[in-house]
Design a protein around this ligand. Structure first.
Ligand SMILES: NC(=O)c1ccc[n+]([C@@H]2O[C@H](COP(=O)([O-])OP(=O)(O)OC[C@H]3O[C@@H](n4cnc5c(N)ncnc54)[C@H](OP(=O)(O)O)[C@@H]3O)[C@@H](O)[C@H]2O)c1
Length: 291
């Protein structure tokens, strides 16, 4: 079998076009342009690329963006002061703090300082709690992007066994919660899965992953998911971004798994573009909440 390759880039462009149209109407009706403030601390090369890319897509869809670039030796208090001023600023609707933050700064304290109505990454405890209760304000961008990608590719998850490898607060945990809910932004067929979460202490991981109808890899280890770990015909979503000598590589051995899976996302060009598209979605939502 050769798997169908799910084109995340094309689906992200489709979502961005829909958002661009909605933005034109929103700006006409409200009289203001939604604005995303990006906060970047330090010189991390990958973070700089991510922020640049997010701002480029902002411009593409019609969202304003401001960059607050701080030196690596910024103190936690200085960063919290900036966040507080962005919370107060009525011209800023979404605040994005690019992770990772330098050592010595508490990520939890900083993310909790972002006003929950401007929390376009959906990392604030209040927004996470709302997701778990099935009444989200914002959805985290990568999990929401995965849900959009599957749904828009005609791959329902309702009633399926979804195995999520990875339990981070950014991807694995919220995605598992969202897939198990009764409903989603794409309707009940994009939710209602039976979900298993795996992590580094999971016993006999291949035995678990082989039971997955939908297998999501969010691990951070290059080509970790091999063909032997995949049930024939399964849908495989590769969230991983690993920088190797050959360039960007996912958490899935793409060539080998493509011979077994029914559908698979590539890296790059799979989940990544969806993450940025859903950040735009959240920024528009934050602007709507500000009225
Ligand atoms: N495409 C995108 O837009 C996007 C967005 C976010 C992240 N990413 C990428 O996705 C990957 C994961 O990111 P993350 O932030 O979720 O990573 P993370 O916080 O490092 O979490 C990794 C997870 O993988 C689990 N894990 C590690 N080794 C394992 C093993 N041998 N067997 C089973 N589970 C194992 C860990 O288990 P423990 O909890 O037990 O340690 C942890 O839960 C990274 O490559 C990241 O760059 C991509």
């Amino acid at each position: 079998m050769t798997a169908r390759v799910l084109d995340g880039k094309a689906i992200a462009e489709e979502i961005q076009s829909e958002l661009a149209e909605e933005l034109v109407n929103f700006i006409q009706d409200s009289g203001f342009v939604p604005c995303l403030a990006a906060v970047l601390v330090g010189e991390d090369a990958a973070s700089q690329v991510y922020v640049r890319n997010k701002r480029r897509v902002c411009q593409h869809v019609g969202i304003d963006s401001k960059l607050h670039s701080l030196p690596a030796d910024t103190s936690e208090d200085e960063l919290l002061e900036l966040i507080a001023s962005l919370n107060r600023d009525n011209t800023v609707h979404g605040i994005l703090v690019q992770l990772p933050l330098p050592d010595g700064i508490s990520t939890v304290r900083v993310l909790d300082a972002v006003h929950p109505f401007k929390d376009v990454d959906a990392f604030h405890a209040e927004n996470v709690g709302r997701i778990s209760q099935g009444r989200p304000r914002f959805l985290p961008c990568t999990p929401h992007g995965i849900q959009q990608l599957l749904s828009r590719s005609g791959l329902p998850v309702a009633g399926k066994h979804a195995v999520v490898v990875g339990r981070s607060d950014i991807v694995g945990k919220p995605l598992a919660l969202m897939l198990a809910q009764r409903d989603s932004t794409r309707g009940p067929e994009a939710a209602n899965a039976t979900v298993t979460i795996c992590h580094s202490r999971t016993h006999d991981l291949p035995a678990v992953t082989r039971t997955a109808d939908v297998l999501v890899a969010a691990i951070g280890k290059a080509s970790f998911i091999t063909a032997e770990m995949v049930k024939p015909g399964a849908v495989v979503v590769d969230v991983g971004i690993n920088r190797c000598e050959d360039g960007l590589v996912g958490d899935v051995d793409f060539a080998a798994v493509s011979e077994v899976a029914g559908a698979i996302t590539p890296v790059p060009g799979g989940v990544g573009p969806l993450t940025v598209a859903m950040l735009m979605y959240n920024t528009l939502k934050a602007a709507k909440l500000s009225i």
